[in-house]
Structure formats: structure tokens, C-alpha cells
Write a protein that binds this ligand. Structure first.
Ligand code: AKG
Ligand code: FE2
Length: 314
């Protein structure tokens, strides 16, 4: 066994030196990851690619960012839906978020930093970029392992080459007495994969394939790897892109911060031929990833109970 299944969710120890391509631990872990993504749409990764110093820095960077005046934060305008500033919404009063597109590139991190701090903030820029690059490595390892488990490993390199990353800083303040505890409503992500890292305040809940809501406890230094709708489409409906939400505890006094890295494809999302046969007919037409986001913000997209079927169903 390459990995451990704690009460509900798979925990994969990426710090294990024996987890190397070609070993039996590697292949059994590839298999565990595939099964977890098919049944729960997520798993927990223990990963030391982000040093504890960088973890501390990224949460300090989050506090510094959210402490900026609202008139500055709203300048985080990105053309792509759900990429920029979100906040001040009466129905989701606890939540605020900002996004850095192309976060693993210096230009992406720098241009966001320049808008937030016109006089410069080099440490914020470096922290955001280093964190994104370190988490992107985990994303790429998971892609490689998932592709290998499905026998399409030859396609992982071109997939990784065409991946771009959005880093989002997310804040959930503690609810006041008699205020809603719903901090982020139930949804599926539109990414290929999402990787979440939270501070010590929990709140994430994920709905598994058998419709059980699971409260996610992040072990120290852990990351939640979750499949988005693009991964579900790519897999011809094998992978689950789980509904998930954030609920704050009524008694909670502290602010929850999550730093989330979302991966998107700059080439078409297309189902490999290997996933299609008489028992598994083609379910989705190829599509541009950005068009899935654009559909999601239309009235039909928002109302849809099955976004992939309505957007690109065969
Ligand atoms: O904060 C979290 O744990 C989840 C955030 C989330 O689901 C999202 O931003 O899509
Ligand atoms: Fe999400």
C-alpha cells in the first residue's frame, strides 16, 4: 500500500522517498489516487514542496492583502469569470477573495502586485509566485499519476505544457452572533484540478459520490487536491468533480484563510480515445476551457444542475 485511507478521505504521503516513478509504491499510489478521484473527487496530500517558512509567509501575505482598503482590492479585475475580486456580497457576507492569473509566471505575480501596491511589494510578489510554483509541482505530479493510472501517460507532458495557474487568496471571517455560518455556497470547480491549503481554521465540506457530506480536516502541512469539471469531462465522466462548500463553526472566533491554486488548460479539453468504447460512449464534445467559465456565468449556466451535459454534452 502506497497510501493511507483515514476515516473518509485518502491521504497520500508525497514526502515518502520511496514514491518514485517505476516503483510498486508509485503504481499502487497512482491507482489509489484514481479511485479517490472517482469516488470522492478529492484526496489529501502530505507535501513538503512548500517549506514551513513559505507556508507562514503566504498566510502573512494573505493578511496583508486583505488589510488593503476595499477600493484597492476591487481593482483586481480579470476578464475571465471568477478570476478577480469577489466580496461585499450580502448573501455571502463572510467571504472575500482575490485572484492572480498566470501566478507561476513572474509577469502574472508582478502585475497583480503592482495594482495592489503601486509603490511595490516585492516580498508579496515573491511569496505568491514561489508558493504557486511549488504547488504547481504537486499539481503536475498528480496529473502524471492520474494519466498513468488510466494508461494515457504519453499525453501528460502536453497537458502539463498547456496548463496555466490561477492563485486565489480566500478569506472567511468568523460569523457574528445570529449571522449565517454559510461562508461559501455549494458548487463544483470549473478548473481541471484545484489544490487548497488552509490555515488552522476548518470549514470545507465535500459531497462524495454516495452523496455524503464529508467535513475535511486538513492535517498540518497538507493540501486538498480536488477535481474540477474539466477533469470530469476529460475522463469521460469517470472522475467526480465534487460539490463542496465552506461552513464556519458558530463558535469560531478566528478568520479562515485558504490559498487555492486552480489549473486551467489553454488547449482544448478533449476526451482521449482510450476512454471511449462500447461500454463508455463519448459523453462530451471537445471545448475551450475558458468557454466553460463563460457558460457558467450565463443564466442557463448558473441555473444548470448538470453543467457539462448542458454545455458540451453529446
Ligand atoms: O476555501 C475553501 O476551502 C474552498 C474554496 C473554494 O471552494 C473555491 O474557491 O472554489
Ligand atoms: Fe471550489
Amino acid at each position: 500500500m502506497g497510501s493511507l485511507i483515514l476515516p473518509k478521505l485518502l491521504v497520500v504521503d508525497f514526502t515518502n522517498d520511496n514514491l518514485k516513478p517505476g516503483t510498486s509504491v508509485w503504481s499502487s499510489t497512482c491507482n489509489d489516487i484514481r479511485v479517490a478521484l472517482e469516488n470522492h473527487g478529492c484526496f489529501i496530500a502530505l507535501y513538503d514542496g512548500v517549506s514551513s517558512k513559505l507556508q507562514d509567509s503566504v498566510f502573512r501575505a494573505a493578511e496583508e492583502l486583505f488589510d488593503l482598503p476595499t477600493e484597492t482590492k476591487i481593482k483586481n479585475i480579470v476578464e475571465k469569470p471568477y478570476h478577480g475580486y469577489v466580496g461585499q456580497m450580502p448573501i455571502v457576507p463572510l467571504h472575500e477573495g482575490l485572484g492572480i492569473d498566470y501566478a507561476t509566471d513572474l509577469e502574472g505575480a508582478q502585475s497583480f502586485t503592482d495594482i495592489m501596491w503601486p509603490d511595490g511589494n516585492q516580498s508579496f510578489c515573491e511569496t505568491s509566485m514561489s508558493f504557486s510554483r511549488a504547488v504547481a509541482k504537486l499539481d503536475q505530479t498528480v496529473v502524471r499519476m492520474l494519466f498513468e493510472s488510466y494508461g494515457v501517460e504519453k499525453q501528460s507532458a502536453s497537458h502539463i505544457e498547456s496548463t496555466t495557474y490561477l492563485l486565489r487568496y480566500l478569506k472567511y471571517r468568523a460569523p457574528e452572533t445570529n449571522e449565517t455560518t454559510m461562508a461559501f455556497p455549494s458548487h463544483t470547480d470549473k478548473s481541471f484540478l484545484t489544490i487548497l491549503h488552509q490555515n488552522q481554521v476548518s470549514g470545507l465540506e465535500i459531497r462524495s459520490r454516495d452523496e455524503e457530506w464529508i467535513s475535511v480536516q486538513f492535517p498540518a502541512s497538507s493540501f486538498v487536491v480536488m477535481a474540477g469539471d474539466a477533469c470530469k469531462a476529460w475522463s469521460n465522466n469517470r472522475v467526480l468533480s465534487p460539490n463542496h462548500k465552506v461552513t464556519m463553526d458558530k463558535q469560531e472566533k478566528e478568520t479562515r484563510y485558504t490559498i487555492a491554486l486552480f489549473s486551467f488548460l489553454s488547449k482544448k479539453v478533449q476526451i482521449p480515445d482510450e476512454f471511449v468504447d462500447a461500454d463508455h460512449p463519448l459523453q462530451f464534445k471537445p471545448f475551450d476551457h475558458i468557454d466553460l467559465l463563460n457558460f457558467y456565468v450565463t443564466e442557463n449556466g448558473r441555473k444548470s444542475q448538470n453543467i457539462l451535459k448542458d454545455f458540451c454534452g453529446v
